[in-house]
Each structure stands twice: as structure tokens, then as C-alpha cells.
Design a protein around this ligand. Structure first.
Ligand SMILES: C[S@@+](CC[C@H](N)C(=O)[O-])C[C@H]1O[C@@H](n2cnc3c(N)ncnc32)[C@H](O)[C@@H]1O
Length: 509
């Protein structure tokens, strides 16, 4: 595509807050040419055809460079230090400041804010103290992330003095190896992952928390969350991109917390639990609960239906939401169920392999780890967008060694289309949505002699496709706020934009 025209951003988004931003009327990334690499001459025609289709969709979407103010906020670094948020480090989260900026710029309408991919509750925790939010609702599928979010959201009701007394008692847990139930996941029996003594300590601590008669349910959740937060640090494994891998001497950044006072030295389970719990209590002592003004709750549900998983009841009434802020799983093959399996099994949220598989099957189809049950998800509304998705998916399915990865692309956009369509129903007229997402690159490399040579490369502009799917669902004034460039894992050059896709329902707010 030749030149892109530059003009002032023209949309329903509050212009005052970013008067200096200029929007480019094409959502093609700066290094678009490079992003395609050099396809083998046998594929030049097919690759060019795909590229042209994607370019056509990108044209005309106002795209703003927001790297200065949002670049550091779309990632999870701030979650390591922010009080309460830091209780469990969730790599897939965004900074608590991000939903604030979004709410400032887009407004919260009648005051109900929804995060349909709530994760560990970052946006709910951040927004519940705003005067313009009356209620913040999250939907989260993973029982573990849901547990973390719920525990953090109810922690302000706890009495830190009581917690200190319980923490002291619980760190004195007794260990009786014969009575301990070891989770049936093979990782717990792998000596490279768990030293027996540490494992017994973890299990004994878990049982002590679960059976302590003096704890209220919220207190129990508080201590179990502290236990979950130290599991990876006590193990010989590390969360590494798509999987939980054996550490094998590689460096791992610690996640467990240390209090400012009364910290103990050492890396045994008892010491780490003591330090983690005390740091969490310090956060409670210093976080002003008086500021919490909105009701906040997170429901275990599915973002595609916005329904509660247990009752199948819809969680949100149509036309009731003033702002939706969220970040769905990215199109990057990461299976959260796999990455968080130690926590899931240790806390008893998964007990056997069939339960583990069932859990995976209900996730958004952003990974190829299982054969997902069929979903009836008709693409309705924008044949041109669906044609591009189908073309990318078929290209990848035919040419990748793992065909399910190609199919995943189709399923991912079908699922996101369902999410956006459902969202359009629950938003008030004129209400906005902001979706944080990253683009992906797929490629195929073949060995030529000693070297690996790239056969082809396809950058998928997920933000553009989601913007167009949002239009198909009824959103208007679509924009892309470009936040930062990530380096794709599988290619040596090029970048993958991480951005916020913003849109508004028709009608006035
Ligand atoms: C990128 S993370 C969101 C993180 C969140 N913004 C935070 O800061 O904690 C995406 C979340 O979507 C959840 N998820 C996956 N499939 C889902 C579904 N069908 N419905 C709702 N949530 C789902 C994952 O478990 C994960 O927690």
C-alpha cells in the first residue's frame, strides 16, 4: 500500500484528552513490508493475495500512536508492585492504570463497567474506587484466575490484626506425610519439579488452611491465595511462554513477596509463606478501603455468552453496561490451563485428567491443545472480513506442520465475533468498548543444509480484524490505539503491535 494519509482523529472519542494525537487513516504497522519476510517464489502469488486482502481491511481505521502513555501499561510489569494486585503475579494481565485512562477518555455511561475476560480482577480492583462507576462486573472462565480475583476483591473486608494471628499459627503447620493427598498430576511426582520435602510442606500448609476451624471463607481464600503465589518459586519449573517448563538452572524472576517488616530469611516453604502473607497483610493495612465506592463482583462464566457457567443464567441485562474494558487471550497458542496447572491441581480445582481436559475445552479457542467441541457460531454481517479470516486460516492449515494451528485462527475469530456480538447487546446506546490485544505472526521454516530458511511468513493483524468484527457486531467509530511493538517469537525480524481497539455503540450516551 503506498502512502497513508494523515488527519486529525475524528471519532466519538473524547478529543480533549489527547489533542496532540494524530490518527493515521490506515492500521498497517510501520514495518509492514518487513513483516512479510521473503516468501519462497512458489508461494509469492498466494502470499500477495492474502496481503492485499488484509491491507484492504486495514485501510480507513484511524490508528493513533499511543506508545508514550500506554506503551508500558498494556503489559503486566506494574502488577508486580501495585498493592493488592501484586498478591499473585499474572503475566497475562495489564497495568491497573490502563482501565483508568480508558474510563477517563471513553466515559462510563450509567456507571456499570464490564470486563468479560477479568483474569485476576485488575480492572475491577482498579475501577471500583471511581466515583463514575456504580458497579464493576467481571466474567472469568479459569477457576484459578476467578479465585484470585474473588479473593482480592473481598480482602478489604478482612481484619489485618486477625490475619496476623492466623498467619503465625498457620506457618506452624504440622506435617504428616502419610495423610497428605498428592495431586494426581505427574508434575507433582517429578523430582526435577518438586523436592519431596517442599512438596509435603506445600500440601501440609494447604490442608492446614483448608481445615482451620477458626477461619472465615474469605480468610481461607486469603491464605490459599498466598500459598498459590509461592508455588512456582518453590518448584523447579517456570512459566515460560506457552508452557510450564523444567527450569534446569535457568534464571527465574521470583514472584513471592517480602514484607517490609519482620521478613524472615530463607527459601523454604514456611519462610516464603510467612513473608508472602505478611506482605499481603501490609498491603491491606496501607490500602484505603474508604475509597471503595462501587460494587464489584467476578462471575465464573464464558465471555462468549456472558452467562454464568453453573446456572447458564445471563449475568448482565441487555443495554445496561456503560463501558466494557478487557483483554482476551491473544492468538498465540497459549493454553492458560496448562500454564497454571500447578496452582489448579494444588488447590483442588482440577482433580483428574478428564476434568483437566474438560476445563481446556471450555476456554476461548486461542490455542490448539485440545480438539474443541463444535460451536454454532455463524459469521453474520461482514462477508469481506470473514473471507479474510477464512483465507488466512486455510493458508495456514494447508501449510503448517500442525494443521490445528491454522484452524485455531478461524475458531479464534469466530469466538471473538461471538464475544463482540454479545457485548453489543449488553452495552447502553453510545457506550464504548476497549479491547487490549496483540497481533501475531505465523511462519514456516525449512532446513536447507545446516541453516533454517523461511518459506513464508504471515502477519495477522488481530487488532484490525477485531475492529472489523466489532463493526459487524454494531460498533461504530472504531480506532486502534497502538501501544507498543512486541517481537514475534518465531521470526527473526519484524514486530507485532500490541494495541487497544476502541469502538462505540450507536446512539448517544
Ligand atoms: C489476557 S487475560 C486477561 C487478564 C486481565 N486483564 C487481568 O489483568 O487480570 C485473558 C483471560 O481470559 C480468560 N478466558 C479464557 N477463555 C475465556 C472465556 N471463554 N470466557 C471468559 N474468560 C476466558 C483466561 O483465563 C484469562 O484469564
Amino acid at each position: 500500500l503506498a502512502a497513508v494519509s494523515v488527519s486529525e482523529a475524528a471519532s466519538g472519542i473524547n478529543p480533549d484528552t489527547r489533542a496532540s494525537s494524530r490518527a493515521v487513516q490506515s492500521a498497517l504497522p510501520a514495518c509492514w513490508e518487513e513483516a512479510w519476510g521473503q516468501p519462497s517464489r512458489f508461494l509469492t502469488k498466494q502470499v500477495s493475495a492474502l496481503r492485499e486482502q488484509i491491507e484492504t481491511l486495514a485501510l480507513g481505521i484511524p490508528t493513533l500512536d499511543r506508545s508514550e502513555d500506554l506503551g508500558s501499561l498494556v503489559g503486566s510489569a506494574a502488577l508486580r508492585s501495585a498493592a493488592l494486585h501484586r498478591w499473585y503475579y499474572y503475566k497475562e494481565g495489564f497495568a491497573p492504570e490502563l482501565p483508568h485512562i480508558i474510563a477517563d477518555e471513553l466515559g462510563t455511561g450509567g456507571g456499570v463497567v464490564l470486563d468479560p475476560f477479568a483474569g485476576v480482577g485488575t480492572s475491577l480492583l482498579a475501577l471500583r474506587s471511581r466515583g463514575d462507576c456504580s458497579s464493576v462486573i467481571g466474567i472469568e472462565y479459569s477457576p484459578f484466575a476467578h479465585f484470585v480475583a474473588t479473593a482480592k476483591l473481598s480482602a478489604h473486608l478482612l481484619d489485618p490484626t486477625r490475619l496476623r494471628v492466623h498467619a503465625e499459627a498457620l506457618t506452624g503447620f504440622k506435617r504428616d506425610g502419610r495423610k497428605l493427598r498428592i495431586p494426581a498430576l505427574s508434575s507433582f511426582a517429578d523430582p526435577r519439579i518438586f523436592d519431596r520435602s517442599d512438596l509435603y510442606d506445600l500440601l501440609a500448609a494447604r490442608d492446614a488452611i483448608v481445615t482451620a476451624p477458626a477461619l472465615s471463607n474469605d480468610e481461607r481464600s486469603f491464605f490459599l491465595l498466598g500459598l498459590a503465589a509461592i508455588v512456582e518459586d518453590t518448584s523447579g519449573a517456570m512459566k515460560d511462554g506457552r508452557a510450564l517448563r523444567i527450569r534446569n538452572g535457568r534464571r527465574r524472576r521470583p514472584n513471592a513477596l517480602t514484607p517490609t517488616e519482620d521478613a524472615r530469611d530463607g527459601d523454604g516453604v514456611r519462610v516464603m509463606l510467612h513473608n508472602q502473607w505478611l506482605a499481603m497483610i501490609e498491603d491491606l493495612e496501607t490500602s484505603p478501603t474508604a475509597e471503595i465506592s462501587a460494587e464489584a463482583q467476578v462471575v465464573r462464566g464464558d465471555a462468549r455468552t456472558l452467562a454464568n457457567l453453573e446456572s447458564s443464567d445471563s449475568v448482565i441485562a441487555d443495554g445496561s453496561v456503560g463501558l466494557a474494558v478487557f483483554s482476551p487471550p491473544y492468538l498465540n497458542c497459549i493454553d492458560y490451563t496448562e500454564v497454571y496447572k500447578l496452582e489448579l491441581w494444588l488447590l483442588g480445582m482440577v482433580q483428574d485428567q478428564s476434568g483437566f481436559r474438560r476445563l481446556r475445552e471450555g476456554t476461548l479457542r486461542s490455542h490448539p491443545s485440545v480438539r474443541f467441541p463444535q460451536r454454532q457460531t455463524p459469521f453474520i454481517g461482514r462477508a469481506d472480513v470473514f473471507a479474510v479470516v477464512e483465507a488466512i486460516s486455510s493458508f495456514l492449515e494447508e501449510r503448517l506442520p500442525r494443521a490445528p494451528v491454522g484452524r485455531m485462527v478461524l475458531h479464534y475469530f469466530q469466538d471473538m465475533h461471538e464475544v463482540l456480538t454479545r457485548l453489543a447487546h449488553v452495552l447502553e446506546p453510545g457506550a464504548a468498548m476497549a479491547c487490549v490485544v496483540a497481533n501475531s505472526t505465523f511462519s514456516r521454516r525449512a532446513r536447507v543444509g545446516d541453516a533454517l530458511s523461511e518459506d513464508w511468513r504471515v502477519p495477522v493483524l488481530t487488532d484490525v480484524l477485531l475492529a472489523r468484527l466489532a463493526e459487524a457486531a454494531g460498533f461504530e467509530s472504531l480506532e486502534i490505539w497502538s501501544a507498543r511493538d512486541l517481537r514475534p517469537r518465531n521470526v527473526s525480524t519484524g514486530s507485532a503491535r500490541e494495541s487497544v481497539v476502541v469502538g462505540r455503540m450507536g446512539g448517544s450516551q
